[in-house]
Structure formats: C-alpha cells, structure tokens
Design a binder for this molecule. Structure first.
Ligand code: GLC
Length: 578
C-alpha cells in the first residue's frame, strides 16, 4: 500500500515537473541566448576617432580606442557602414560590398580591428545595406548601360514607353520623387532614398544569392552579426500598382513588409544565419505588432530581435511626454513577453541626441538626466543599444545655420522647402533640434582642439559642449556619467533578472515617475525614475517590500514614507525587493 502511494506521488510529481518544463519551453523569452545578454554599443566610425589627421574617423582610430570600449563593459559593437562608398549618405550608399571605404582605411586595418575586438572578448556587428546600393556600384553601372545587361534586373526599371510611373515617395530626393529618369536607356529607376541609392530588386534570385555570398564573405572573416539597414522596405510589388494617398507620413504602411519578404528571410536564414553563430537585427519592425512578431518569433527562423521605432517616434514628436513613452514601452513589452525579442534603444545616428529629446540638457540637470537614461536603457527587457557619446552625456551640436549641416536628408529637405516656398524658419527650428547631424558630430575625447578627435578640421564641426562634456573630464571622477554607465553595465551583467525577468509597470499613469519591477523567481528589483525637473512621488503597492538601494544616480537617498517614494529631479534609483 505504502509502496503504491509512493509510486503514485512520484508519478504526479513527475507530471508536474514535465508540465512546468513545457511552460518554460513555451516561453521563448526566457531561453538563454548570448545576444539577449549582450549590451550593444553603436559606433559611428566617421566621427569616432581620426588616426591619420584627415578630419574623418577611421578604423585605426577605432582600434586605438578598443581598451576604452572594453572598459565600458559592452560586449557587441555595431559599426555603421565602412564599405567603399562615394558617401552620398555617409556610407549607406555602397559601391563595393567587399572592400573598405578609402577614408576609413584598408582591409588589413579591418582585420586588425576585428582581431582586437575578439581578443578583448567583444563581438562585431556590421551594417548590411541591401535595400539599395550606390549608383557607383559595378552592378548599377552595368545595369544602366543597356536594357540587355545581365545586371539590369538587379534594380527596378520603368521604361519610358509605358508613360509616367505611378508615384513613389522618396525620403531623400530633392523632389521626393522616387523615380529618376535615366537618358541612356530611356527608363526610370526606383530609389526610395537618394538618387545615388538605387533600390535593389529582391525578386531576382541572382541578386539574393549575391547578398548571401556577401554575408558569408564577412561571416567567414569572423564578424558576429548583421544589422540590416532599411530591410523592411526591400521587397517591392513589381507590378507597381498605384498607391492611393501615399505620402511622407504614411509610406511605411505601403512600403514595409511586402510579400514574400518572409520567404526571403527564411531563405537567408537557411543560407547564412543557420550556418554561423550570428546576431541578426533588421532596422524597422514593420507596420504593426504582427509584422514585428513575424520577423522574430523563435520558431519562424528569421531574425533574432526586432528594432521598432515607436518609442523614438514618440520622443521626437512636438507633443512628447514621458507618459506616452512609458505607455509605448509597456505596450511593446507586453506583446513580446512570451516570444520574440526586442532591441531597447533611444538614440542612434538617425536621431538627435537622446538627452535633448527625453532628458534635460541644461547645465543643472544634464548629468543626472544622462545617468537616468542609462539606468532606463540598461534595466528594460530586451537587448540595450547605446549610441556612442551618450555614455558621456553628449548633447545636441548647437548648429544654427543650414551651411553647418552635412546630412543629405536635412539639406535636400531644405532645398525642397525652398522650392515649394515653405517656411524655412520653421524648418530650421525643427532641424536644430531634431536633425540627425546632431548625433553625428565628433566624439568628445577632451577639451583640446577638435575635441581630441582629429589633428585637423573635422568633416562636421564639433558640438558646442565639448569643453564641458568630454571623456577626459569624466575619467577620474567616480561620479561622472561615464563611470555611472560602467557601473550600470556591470549591474546588468550581475543581475540576469534585468535580461530575463518579467517587467511590470508600477503606477502606470504617474506623469513624472516611470517605475517598474523586474522579477524572476526570487530575484526582484524595483526601478524608479523621475523624468522631471521637480521632486516627485510614486506610491508602490502595499505588499511590495523595499530592501536595499542598489543604484542611485544622486548622492541623496530618496525618502520613503508609507510606501510612497519621493525622488529629486531626474533621480534614478534601483531597489532590491524582499
Ligand atoms: C537607414 C539608415 C540611415 C540611412 C538610410 C538609407 O535608415 O539608418 O542612416 O540614411 O537607411 O540607407
């Protein structure tokens, strides 16, 4: 009898265990992966460090600074494009995918840089730009030379005899017209970005094979992943239907995720990703949550993580509020709590400086808000991406005149507004705050000439703040932004609950304080962030038991009375919970 009971109990217990295991297996977000645990540092090579004094950053400059990158504790470096390019769009117009841009150095420099990263235990993710090439790429030269060229079908053409092609909006074209007439073969070619960035034809299997071969070329060299530029736009409906109502604010709805993009991604996975241990992320996550899931859900075998713009869009809108930011992040986290994986970022080379959008760049609150932003990015569920310079709290450049801008998007939009009799003063006001050139100015190493970036005049001028905000000023100060950043990266590494734990927002409608818990098993943390210029309070649930302060970006400890926590302006605190 006793024996029977023991047997029965054992069977029931085993069934319970199996059930629990099945639950864990179903929750793919909990599965351990190196790219989920990584902290990504995005590095803009043109503006990082110039080693040869031509005013342009280069690969040797990056190699010189690898110990700095290592000291931050980051594990992955994503490099913006470094391939041969005439630089119409700062390297996003590639003329040779297997070569290095002359201004950046040689393949030998690349190999040394990669080796240096690997020696230090860091990985390299390359930008892969295959929605379009440069018009100076050999494929396009051949394609435009004759309608019979073997490369003709690598691009999209509309022959003159079919009349005017149906309107397509171009993001960077000076007239916003994505069709450019080419006299030699009396046809229009398609370019969603600039005229020097003709779109590649993904419905052509030869083109797709070329791309996979390029990816394998770099993977065989040892690179550790790809960030796929503008990839959501790469497939076109080649019957080119009329897009009724297409315009500057809704083009994503028409351009993104056109079938059979997922077939191509699965093909790419089979041909490339499945054969190496690579990280994969595509820029843009489609038109809606379903699109985002279709890109990254585990069983689909497409990409590792989504890179969605909703939160960044909220931050660069004139009616930005932290409450909207909170709702956006919370919505995305909820949608991805069981499957798929997200990138957590607020800055990159296409946005102005993060502190000018969601922090406070004034002298009084600059440091506290920069540290608060680091706390936020490094405590959310998803893989955090930090854009170079944000770790020292770099602010917007302080441009005033259009002649100071270098970015094709800003310059061409200015010309467009001029041609349309637009409001140029309003345009300038907007771009002084939001132009992407704000985050492309040289990294501020010290307060010497050119911020220590170069011995000669940089390709784009140094930001106004370099005398106060620079790495040298911060290195030996334990309270500085950069040392706080290092502390936060280490804290994330030491607390895997910040990678895999559940995220639950606390006091969701609080307009000043963004508070949330991260919980996995007995590991429980509470993150409390005051995104405002005034002392603010948050009341946490009665049952929540706060124990030690693990992180605090200010020297003053916050006060807690009856489960109400009061934080000073821009204070960021992490508590351990019992
Ligand atoms: C992506 C890049 C951006 C570039 C564009 C065209 O959005 O991030 O910098 O201009 O694609 O390649």
């Amino acid at each position: 009898m006793i024996k029977k009971t023991i047997q029965l109990v054992t069977i029931i217990w085993m069934m319970g265990m199996l059930h629990a295991q099945a639950q864990v297996n179903k929750n793919y977000s909990k599965q351990r992966k190196w790219w989920k645990e990584a902290v990504v540092y995005q590095l803009y090579p043109r503006s990082f460090k110039d080693s040869d004094g031509d005013g342009v950053g280069d690969l040797k400059g990056i190699t010189e600074k690898l110990d700095y990158l290592k000291s931050l504790g980051v594990d992955v470096v994503w490099l913006n494009p470094i391939y041969s390019s005439p630089n119409d769009d700062n390297g996003y117009d590639i003329s040779d995918y297997r070569n290095i841009m002359k201004e950046f150095g040689t393949m030998k420099d690349f190999d040394q840089m990669l080796e240096g990263m690997h020696e230090r235990g860091m990985r390299l993710v390359m930008d892969l730009v295959v929605n379009h090439s440069s018009d100076e790429h050999e494929w396009f030269r051949q394609a435009r030379s004759s309608r019979d060229s073997k490369y003709r079908n690598y691009y999209h053409w509309w022959p003159e005899e079919k009349g005017t092609p149906p309107y397509r909006y171009s993001l960077f074209d000076v007239n916003h017209d994505a069709w450019k007439y080419d006299t030699l073969t009396r046809s229009y070619y398609l370019h969603y970005f600039s005229r020097k960035q003709p779109d590649l034809n993904w419905s052509n299997p030869d083109l797709r094979k070329e791309v996979y071969d390029i990816m394998k070329f770099w993977a065989d060299k040892g690179v550790d992943g790809f960030r796929m530029d503008a990839f959501q736009f790469c497939v076109k409906d080649t019957s080119f239907p009329v897009f009724e109502g297409l315009n500057a604010s809704n083009f994503v709805q028409f351009y993104a995720m056109v079938p059979p993009i997922h077939d191509y991604l699965q093909e790419m996975h089979k041909e490339v990703y499945a054969k190496y241990n690579l990280m994969s992320v595509a820029e843009g996550a489609g038109r809606n949550m379903q699109d985002a899931h279709d890109l990254v859900d585990t069983q689909r075998k497409e990409l590792n993580m989504a890179y969605a713009f909703d939160a960044v869009d909220v931050s660069s809108s004139p009616d930005y509020s932290m409450l909207k930011l909170k709702k956006t992040f919370t919505k995305w986290d909820k949608e991805f709590q069981n499957d798929g994986w997200l990138s957590i970022f607020m800055g990159n080379h296409d946005q102005s400086r993060v502190i000018d959008r969601i922090g406070n760049p004034s002298e009084q609150y600059r440091e506290a808000s920069a540290k608060l932003i680091s706390t936020f990015l490094l405590t959310m569920r998803g893989t955090p991406y930090i854009y170079n310079g944000d770790e020292i709290g770099m602010t917007n450049a302080g441009f005033k005149d259009i002649s100071e801008f270098k970015d094709i998007q800003t310059i061409n939009e200015y010309k467009y507004q001029q041609s349309q009799g637009g409001d140029l003063a309003a345009f300038m006001q907007k771009n002084i705050k939001y132009s992407r050139d704000n985050s492309r100015t040289p990294f501020q190493w010290n307060d010497e000439d050119n911020a220590g970036f170069s011995t000669s005049q940089p390709w784009i001028r140094v930001g106004n703040s370099y005398k106060e905000i620079n790495l040298q000023n911060q290195e030996n100060n334990p309270e500085s932004c950069v040392n706080y950043f290092r502390q936060m990266v280490k804290f994330r590494k030491d607390n895997k609950v910040l990678v895999y734990g559940d995220y639950t927002v606390v006091d969701e409608n609080n307009p000043n304080i963004y508070a949330y818990t991260r919980i996995e098993g007995n590991h429980k943390l509470l993150v409390v962030l005051n995104f405002s210029d005034v002392t603010s309070q948050v009341t946490i649930p009665k049952a929540m038991r706060v124990s030690t302060v693990e992180i605090n970006n200010l020297l003053t400890k916050p006060t807690i009375t009856n489960n109400t926590i009061a934080l000073l302006p821009w204070q960021a605190v992490i508590y351990k919970l019992n």
